[in-house]
Every structure is written in C-alpha cells, then in structure tokens.
Design a protein around this ligand. Structure first.
Ligand code: ADE
Length: 416
C-alpha cells in the first residue's frame, strides 16, 4: 500500500462522510456516470495537490471512474480531513497528507506526486506546478496540461506567463462562472462564517464585521455576515469593487479607520500583510481575526507572534494573543479558516467546482498537443452544461426560447 495518512483506522468514518457528501454532489455524479462508461482518462496519471476533503474524495473517485490512476496530496497544512484521507488510502488511492503537517512534510508529499510522474496536474494554489517548473522540468515533456482551482493560483500562473516561465498549457477552472460565482461566493461566504463560529462560537448579530477585499469571496462573506445581523464594513484597494460594496449597502473605508471599529475581521484579498501590527495595535479588546484567502500571509502573523507577550490555544483552532496588554484572537492560525476550523465549502458548491475539474481534464485530453502554452478558459458551453447539470440535480426546470425569440435575438432590424 502506498500512502501516508494520520490514522488508517479512521477510514470507516471517512467513508461515511464521503457518502453523505456524495448525496449533495448530484452534478458531479452525472459526470462520473458518463466517465465510467466512456473512460476518457484511460491510462493517464493525474497528480493532485488539492484540499483532501470528503468532496475532493468524490472528485478522485470520478477521475478513477474515468480510467485515471490518481495520486493526491493536500494544498494547505491544515485542510486535510484525516478520516477522508484514511478512507481513500484504504480504497487504494495514493494519498499523502495529514491535518497539521509540517512544512517539510508538506513539500515531501508534493514530491511524492512528482515521483508519480503525472500526465495531468490538478492544483489549488499552484504549488505543484511551481515545484515541477522550478525543480523538475524533466517531467514537463509527459504532461498534457494542468488545471488550477483558485484565484491565487491563476494570478501566479499569469505571472509565470508574463515571465515566459510557464511550460505547459493550463486550464483556469476558477474562471468558470460555475466556479468563481458559486464556490468563491456562496461557498466562502458560508464556510468562512462556519469556521469562525466553530472556533469562537461568537454571535454575529450586532457585531461589526470588517471584510478586507470585495472580490467574489469578500462579497460572499459580506452577504452572509449581513444575513446574520452583523454591521459590515468593507475595505478595498480597487475603485470598482469599492463602489460595488458601497452600492450593495456596506460601509467602505480605509483599514486605518476600520481597524478601530471591528469585532471580527476577515481577510479575503489574495495579497500579503493586509492586517498589519499597526492595525492590530488599534483593535478593540477581544477582536477576532480570520483569513479565508489561499495563503496564510494576509494577516501578519509573524509580526503578531513576535510582538505578543503571550499566546495560548483557548479553543479548537482559536488562539488568544496578548498584545500591549490587550487580548486579540486568531481563528485557524491565520490559514484558510473555513478548512482549518470547519470543513471547507459545502458539497453542493464543490460539486460545481469539481465538475469543472473533471471536464477540464477531459478537455485537456481531447485537445492534447493542440493547446498553446497559456492559461485557458473552458468553452462557455461547458460552463453552461455544468449549470444545467446542477439545476437537474436540484430538480429545477427552466424555460426555453421560442423559435420567434431565437430569430429576434439573432436579428438587428426589429426596433421601437
Ligand atoms: N476548498 C474550499 N472548500 C473545499 C472543500 N470542501 N473541498 C475541497 N476544496 C475546497
């Protein structure tokens, strides 16, 4: 058996969690059904660096149903669900990772995926692609292409493109409407609050919630924060996103002002050090900080660790720091709070995202050798197809255009 997990005896619980998730992943199950018959991924090795969750396990099963051999490691040291990893290992999947793994183990496991010599890579955050390009370029000749799950990963891929460093075609799964307008928005919105609540059990009603960043993730967190009765403040650096937040009815201001008002802070910017020591020093007693951006550098944890006079873990993934005599809390160690302190996005949204991943693999195989070395989007029809699958899974029917309407939309002559 080729795996490294925390405790193989957790496999039964993991299997039950995977089964419960599957019930809410109807769209992905439709893809799996077709993959089982058509085997579009036959004979291919797919290497993955993705959060090891019950939803990802269902993606892995879908790829295997499609004929692939799969090896998987995590993409964040705190996101692995140990029971799920155990269940996958028991089923014969090459899986490497455990919750709370060290940085050394994290990269050791990324290298197990590299040893597997993948023909397709699936990344969430681009660490696998970076490692291959920087240290194992000999693998690239056998790689058909790669798929990237998240905004941060796409930003890194585009900067690789600009530097002329990218050496194989990539599909930006994140850019599917059925991904970033669903997963980033509804998924992050719900699971981020879920993580903060599981860690702190704080009441959102009546609190001031500061959301740093108003991309799809920030929009989701703000919407759900307001839904739970918080007064939401948004901070932004982009004029249009700030304008959207203002028009959506949130207060928009600079962080230097917001830092004094917030009870809860959520970072979702994709950039580093957006909450700095200078902000922490002005926060209220017992303010809670949490990050839901991909990397753990949005809150300057290093500066906090250095400046704090004490630190202790007071609850599950909830750390109390004393800074200048004042208590501040950090949920999820400043890493993705939704996966560190809760279970990540709910299965329904991951079903949409992972239909994108499965169909992106198929797209790469169908277009093998034909794609330019670039960051590609899946054709719009694929996105539309995924939305249709999900509606079907939810039992929702929609109208169709009449012949007359199709003709009207195609023409330009008919006016006032
Ligand atoms: N990213 C956010 N939530 C996730 C989940 N449940 N599974 C995999 N990746 C995720």
């Amino acid at each position: 058996m080729d795996y490294e997990v925390k405790d193989i005896s957790l496999a039964n619980q993991g299997q039950m969690n995977i089964e419960v998730a599957r019930r809410n992943m109807g769209a992905l199950m439709k893809v799996k059904e077709r993959f089982s018959k058509e085997k579009p991924l036959k004979g291919l090795r797919i290497g993955m660096a993705l959060h090891i969750t019950k939803e990802t396990a269902n993606l892995v099963e879908t790829l295997i149903a499609g004929g692939a051999d799969v090896a998987i490691t995590g993409c964040n040291p705190l996101s692995t669900q140990d029971d799920v990893a155990a269940s996958m290992a028991k089923d014969g999947v090459k899986v490497y990772g455990y919750k709370g793994e060290s940085k050394e183990d994290y990269y050791k496991y990324v290298n197990r995926i590299i040893d597997f010599k993948p023909n397709i890579t699936i990344d969430d955050g681009c660490d696998l692609v970076s490692e291959i390009h920087l240290k194992h370029p000999e693998l690239i000749k056998d790689i058909i292409g790669g798929c990237e799950e998240t905004t941060t990963g796409i930003i890194r891929l585009k900067s690789m493109m600009r530097d002329g460093a990218l050496k194989y075609p990539m599909v930006a799964v994140n850019d599917n409407k059925t991904k970033h307008l669903m997963d980033n928005y509804y998924g992050t919105g719900q699971s981020t609050l879920d993580g903060i609540i599981r860690a702190s059990n704080i009441l959102f009603a009546g609190k001031t919630l500061v959301v740093l960043g108003y991309g799809s993730c920030g929009k989701g967190c703000s919407l759900r924060g307001r839904g739970m009765g918080a007064n939401v403040i948004v901070t932004e650096v982009d004029n249009f996103c700030a304008l959207q937040a203002q028009m959506d009815g949130f207060r928009v201001m600079k962080m230097e002002d917001a830092c004094k008002l917030g009870d809860i802070f959520i970072t979702v910017t994709g950039d580093k050090n957006v909450i700095r020591l200078e902000h922490m020093k002005q926060m209220k007693e017992a303010a809670i900080m949490a990050n839901s951006g991909h990397f753990d550098n949005e809150i300057d944890m290093k500066a906090l660790e250095k400046a704090a006079s004490s630190k202790r873990r007071v609850r599950h993934y909830f750390d109390e720091y004393v800074l200048d005599g004042k208590v501040l809390f950090v949920a999820g160690e400043g890493r993705l709070v939704n996966l560190a302190a809760a279970e990540g996005h709910p299965s329904e949204v991951m079903s949409l995202s992972f239909c994108g991943q499965a169909l992106a693999c198929e797209f790469l195989v169908k277009n093998k050798g034909k794609l330019s070395i670039d960051v590609h989007q899946l054709p719009e029809e694929v996105d539309d197809f995924i939305a249709g699958l999900q509606l079907e899974a939810m039992g929702v029917e929609i109208d169709e255009l009449t012949e007359e309407q199709i003709k009207y939309l195609a023409g330009w002559q008919e006016g006032t």
